[in-house]
Design a protein around this ligand. Sequence first.
Ligand code: CP
Length: 306
Amino acid sequence: MRSLIDILDLSMEEIDELIATACDIIDNPDKYAESCKRKKLATLFFEPSTRTRLSFEAAMLELGGSVIGFSAANNSSAAKGESVADTVKTISCYADIIAMRHPKEGAALVAAQNASIPVINAGDGGHCHPTQTLTDLLTIYREKGRLTDLTVGLCGDLKFGRTVHSLINALSRYTGIHIVLISPEELKLPSYIKKDVLQKKGIPYTQTTDLEAAIPTLDILYMTRVQRERFFNEEDYLRLKDSYILDPKKLETAKPDLCIMHPLPRVNEISVAVDDDPRACYFKQVLCGKYARMALILKLLKEASV
Ligand code: CP
C-alpha cells in the first residue's frame, strides 16, 4: 500500500506529475468535482493545525468525497492510551485514506506499517511535513515558472523546522539551487542535514545570522516561526522568538521579483505591513496547499485501487 511519509518517497517525475495535476485542477476544477465520489478521507490530528487539516478536508470535499476524523488527541481514544497502530487499524475499517499529524517523529511510519489504506504524513514532530513541501514546490513553480536555478533563503528556526528540512531535501534534487541558511546560532540547521543532503549532493550553501545582508541575493525568502512547542526551556524560546522580523524596510534592498513564503502560522516574524507587498506569497501558498493535496489524494487513491 503506497503511503507518503517523506517527500523523498516521491520521485522527481512523480512530483512533476503532481504539480501538473494540481495546475490542471486549478484551471479545470469541474473536471475533478466527482473524482472521489463515495471515498472517505480520515483526518487524524494528534497535534493542532489550521491549514493542513482544513486544506485536506477542503481538498477531499472538492473532489466529491467526504471526511471523518478528529482534530485533537484528547478527542480520540489516544487519551485512553490507545496506540497509533490500533487507531489506524480501526480507521482502515471506516475510511479509504488517512492524513495524520502527530507530535512524535516516526509516528506516521508506524501508522503506514499498520494501516491497510494509504497514510499521508501531515507532520510528525520535527521530522517531515511532505505535503507542506508539495505545497511549497507548487507555489515556487507557479510564481517562478521553474524549480531550478534559484537562490533560496531559509530563515528562522532551521533546527526544529520540519518544513525547512523537507524543503531542503526536495530542492536538493534540482539543478542550480543555492541555499542561504539564516538563523540564530542556537537554531542552526542540524549537521546531519548539511552533511547528508547539502554536502552529499554538492548543493552550494552559505550560513549567516544576518537576514538584511542576505536579502538582496535571494529569489525566494522562506520565513519560519520559532516554534514554542519544540523548546524544553521557555526562557530560550523568549530570547529567540523575535530573532527575525521581516518588515518593509528590510525589503527595500530585495529583488523586485522576490517570492516571500512562510508555511504559517506566523507569530511576529513577518510584519503585517508586508502582506500588501506584491512579493508576499504566503497566502497564495495557503491556497496552493489545497490543490497540492487534491493532486496527492487522487494519486494515492488511484494507486490503491489497482
Ligand atoms: N503550515 C502548517 O502546517 O500549518 P498548520 O500547522 O496550521 O497546519
